[in-house]
Design a protein around this ligand. Structure first.
Ligand code: GLC
Ligand code: CA
Length: 541
């Protein structure tokens, strides 16, 4: 059967790049990244030639007006841009300049909660009968907290007493992030209008924050406690999250989005059970286009581990749902550090990148991973993240994954002339975009080659996948096919030579140890330690 690539939507074939805006590029030298900074780096992201990274979309973490108690994940005006990032005209210019370069723009949609400084909440807390009261979740003060639910970033009960009206409101992140009441029809309409507003402006989609939190049990029943070494994971979230009614909201948002051409919704569903996350594709594929697959964030380094992880995920996905993969994001330590192993780290980062960019599924790249940015320890006194400020010994917060992008070797890594809001990693002098652009075999150039190779290979961007070695110990080998194009990917996860024995021949498209165009037969073939080898099957060359 011949398939047409043009019928495959952009978000399936494309590569999505996450920008943490505070840390990407500072245009006005106040030490904080901003929209104009992002615009100045669009050519780096995709100038239409293989000299650039070549990404197809950017997802920007929140840039709306915010008191920044959770660095933008606490919004006080959904239709305005925070002035530390710029203004609405800057944002419109960003849309225009990105679209000119065929880069889609995905915004973060944080609608489980607002900031306590949002006018809706300021109104709501004025009195019990204020028209906006029911837009949030309130409960009478009967001498004890309404339930045992926990505020993740405060490690305290999630019900906060509003002294003036003597009722509790719910805030399951910090007390400054009151939860919206998704059972209120007016609230829903207000949020849906806001969604339309951004879609009308030309935004290409949304990354939806904590989707499975939207609806809470209407009787506020207690969650069962569970034993855990992680202080933010001490309950089974049966009643404060993962409620079935949330799926109805996703369907409604999808229906709104479907009225516009080519838009995409990807949801953050942070749950212990991967089945919960994939369920947000919808039984009829009528909810989110994608639900984030976070399993790589917690996967240890081994071919068999990754194999099991990938197969489990593929098998869980509902029919017709499209997969996705993420190695790093703004909430977890960067994978360059998670997989660090002395002199082997760069080679491992290349194996990881090749896997991310050649598996079947949309790859999400986190800014800086293309140059191997690390998660370095942040001194206690410098911690900014509310989660890290609590002083819990094992919770260090998320700052180490949010340090400024390392553009060059000048002071503050070319990110700003001013002391940045969070310190630059100590390795920036030799690890930066400028240095790696000039080194032929750098990690950055490897990312570029992989991404540009995907663009010319329908098999890699949109094809089916089949693992050629089942239950592997050391080496992953899979083939991607689209119509009559076949590409074979070989990844050695070990520090020793391995032998593969497959009746396959091909020409090298890209590899770490072989010349492009070299002919390779995988029959008793020795592969180098941590080698990446991507072949095009001979018959289809
Ligand atoms: C999500 C975001 C995280 C934020 C939280 C609260 O988990 O990824 O950064 O702190 O939601 O909005
Ligand atoms: Ca700035």
């Amino acid at each position: 059967m011949t398939k047409e690539l043009s019928s495959v939507p952009w978000w399936k074939k494309g590569v999505i790049y996450q920008i943490y805006p505070r840390s990407f590029m500072d245009s006005n030298n106040d030490g904080i990244g901003d929209i104009k900074g992002i615009i100045s780096k669009l050519d780096y992201l995709n100038d239409g030639t293989p000299n650039s990274l070549g990404v197809d979309a950017i997802w920007i973490s929140p840039i709306y007006k915010s008191p920044m108690k959770d660095f933008g994940y606490d919004i006080s005006d959904y239709q305005d841009i925070d002035n530390i990032f710029g203004n609405i005209d800057d944002f419109k210019l960003l849309l225009q300049e990105a679209h000119k370069r065929n880069i889609k723009v995905i915004m973060d949609l944080v609608i489980n909660h607002t900031s306590d400084e949002h006018p809706w909440f300021i109104e709501a807390r004025k009195s019990k009968n204020n028209p906006k009261r029911d837009w949030y979740i309130w409960h009478d003060n009967k001498g004890k907290r309404p339930s045992n639910w926990v505020a993740s970033f405060e490690m305290k009960n999630a019900w906060w007493l509003d002294e003036k009206t003597n009722q509790y409101y719910l805030g399951t992140f910090t007390r400054h992030q009151p939860e919206l009441n998704w059972r209120n029809p007016e609230l829903k309409e207000a949020v849906y209008d806001m969604i339309r507003h951004w879609l009308d402006m030309g935004v290409d989609g949304f990354r939806m924050d904590v989707v499975n939190w939207y609806i809470k049990d209407d009787q506020y029943r207690n969650n069962p406690w569970k034993l855990s070494f992680n202080p933010i994971d001490v309950q089974r979230h049966i009643y404060d999250r993962n409620r079935p009614e949330t799926h109805d909201i996703c369907k409604e948002i999808r229906a709104i989005t479907d009225k516009y051409a080519d838009r995409m919704l990807v949801g953050e569903i942070y749950a212990n059970d991967a089945r919960e996350a994939v369920s947000y594709h919808g039984v009829e594929n009528d909810e989110l286009h994608m639900a984030f697959n976070f399993s790589f964030l917690f996967q240890r380094w081994s071919a068999s581990g990754f194999y099991n992880n990938i197969m489990e995920y593929y098998n869980l996905l509902p029919e017709d749902a499209w997969p996705n993969f993420t190695l790093s994001n703004h909430d977890q330590p960067r994978h360059y550090s998670r997989y660090r192993e002395g002199e082997y780290t760069d080679a491992k980062a290349k194996v990881a990148a090749a896997m991310l960019l050649t598996l079947k599924g949309t790859p999400f790249i986190y800014y800086g991973e293309e140059i191997g940015m690390a998660s370095e320890k942040i001194a206690k006194k410098d911690i900014q993240d509310p989660l890290g400020k609590k002083g819990w010994p094992i919770i260090k917060g998320r700052d180490d994954a949010r340090t400024p992008m390392q553009w060059d070797g000048s002071e503050h890594a070319g990110f700003s002339d001013h002391l940045p809001w969070l310190r630059v990693n100590s390795d920036y002098k030799h690890k930066n975009v400028s240095v790696q652009s000039k080194e032929e075999y750098s990690l950055l150039n490897f990312y570029k080659k992989l991404i540009w190779l995907r663009k010319v290979s329908n098999a890699l961007s949109a094809g089916d996948i089949e693992f050629l070695i089942k239950e592997p110990d050391n080496v992953l080998v899979y083939k991607r096919t689209f119509s009559n194009e076949e590409v074979i990917v070989v990844l050695n996860f070990t520090r020793s030579k391995q032998t593969v024995n497959l009746d396959k021949e091909g020409k090298v498209l890209l590899g770490t140890h072989r010349y492009d165009g070299e002919r390779v037969s995988l029959n008793k073939w020795k592969i180098y330690p941590l080698e990446v080898l991507i072949l095009k099957k001979i018959s289809s060359v």
